[in-house]
Design a protein around this ligand. Structure first.
Ligand code: F6P
Length: 365
């Protein structure tokens, strides 16, 4: 009888997920006696009755590496440790379904599980591993905020999308002598913002790691107008905040949603600039989920493919409780427990920040 491995994608989607799925399926095909299956909608595909599991055959996975999204679908509301359930009176609460999940995975005859996801998903992987599930993780996120891997796939595509949009905003800012504010994603890290600012040539880049002084931002913008440039472009990360301010967070009303929602900081900054006396016209553009969609750039396809192959190698060598990782240009693995320990913030003293300051980008500090 064939051995079976179960693959799933959890949390927010990200360009490159399909390339991982295809790589796992292709690598497994070269190994006699293995079958690869997918659970639809993270672990929900296992928990649902009837189950929603699909065989990841060559036919189903052929050519998917160039497609954005995930053929397995995903959810940010399926944490088996805090699974949302509705009571008879219509109120919602959460229950721990991990034992039921693990038993079901074993009953269905799966040898091991590959969980492709970000920090939240890998926390779930670690919890399931501690409860006896043979599981390994594959890191993904456009935010690049996982500390145990040098880069995550999806990030380069998000930067490319943001950079393309930035270029478009430069020409319209120039035509109208405006200040354009472009808001990008990234949660509590400024990786997408800083890379876009460097790539596009922003005057100002505001990131969560460096709280800004609005007076300094206005000074930088005024200086540019005084020099006769007549326009300016700002990139701001969704989690950025002023020195005396807070990030623009709001609670999601969606049942079971795991995160605080960010977004709208571009409008907050616009108001702050006006209040601080900036005379120029300002417009705001919030890129939102465009950064997560579409075809992955070549680098992300390559990284995703390498991690997919590595994930299956890790199944063969039974390296459970670990996450595939990209460190110092090598594909390797790290214990899941280490992968979820620290958040990957930008170091204020890094060469990345120094270089940006060196070419005149202001962080408002
Ligand atoms: O973590 C990826 C990310 O796109 C963040 O940059 C953003 O804050 C969040 O997910 C948005 O999540 P959702 O898709 O649930 O709105």
């Amino acid at each position: 009888m064939n051995k079976k491995v179960l693959v799933l994608t959890g949390g927010g989607d990200c360009p490159g997920l399909n390339a991982v799925i295809r790589a796992i399926a292709k690598r497994a095909k070269k190994e006699k006696g293995w079958e690869v299956w997918g659970s639809m909608g993270a672990f929900n595909g296992v928990l649902r009755e009837p189950t929603e599991l699909v065989r990841l055959s060559s036919k189903r996975t052929a050519g998917i590496h160039v497609k954005g999204g995930t053929i397995l679908k995903t959810t940010s509301k399926g944490d088996p440790l805090k699974f949302p359930v509705m009571s008879a009176d219509g109120t919602w609460s959460t229950i721990d379904r991990t034992e039921e999940l693990i038993n079901k995975i074993k009953e269905l005859g799966f040898e091991a599980v590959i969980n492709i996801g970000g920090d939240g998903s890998q926390r779930i992987s670690q919890a399931l591993y501690e409860k006896g599930l043979n599981i390994i993780g594959v890191p993904k996120t456009i935010d690049n905020d996982l500390s145990a891997t040098d880069l995550t796939f999806g990030f380069s595509t998000a930067v490319q999308v943001a950079s393309d949009s930035f270029d478009k905003l430069v020409t319209t800012a120039e035509s109208h002598h405006r200040v354009m504010i472009m808001e990008v994603m990234g949660r509590d890290a400024g990786w997408i913002a800083l890379h876009t600012a460097l790539s596009g040539g922003a005057e100002v880049c505001l990131i969560p790691e460096i709280p800004y002084d609005i007076k300094k931002v206005v000074k930088r913008l005024n200086k540019r107008y005084e020099k006769g440039k007549g326009f300016a472009n700002i990139v701001i990360a969704e989690g950025a905040k002023a020195k005396d301010g807070t990030a623009t967070e709001f609670e999601s009303k969606e049942v079971g949603y795991e995160n605080v929602r960010l977004g709208g900081v571009a409008y907050q900054l616009s108001a702050q600039l006006k209040n601080a006396g900036l005379k120029a016209d300002i417009r705001e553009a919030v890129l939102g989920h465009t950064q997560r969609g579409g075809t992955p750039v070549a680098f992300d396809r390559v990284l995703a493919t390498l991690l997919g192959v590595q994930a299956f190698e890790m199944i063969l060598s039974e390296q459970y409780g670990r996450m595939a990782a990209f460190i110092n240009n090598q594909i390797t693995s790290v214990p899941l427990i280490d992968a979820i320990k620290d958040y990957n913030y930008i170091d204020k003293d890094s060469f990345l920040v120094k270089a940006a300051k060196g070419i005149g980008i202001s962080f408002g500090d």
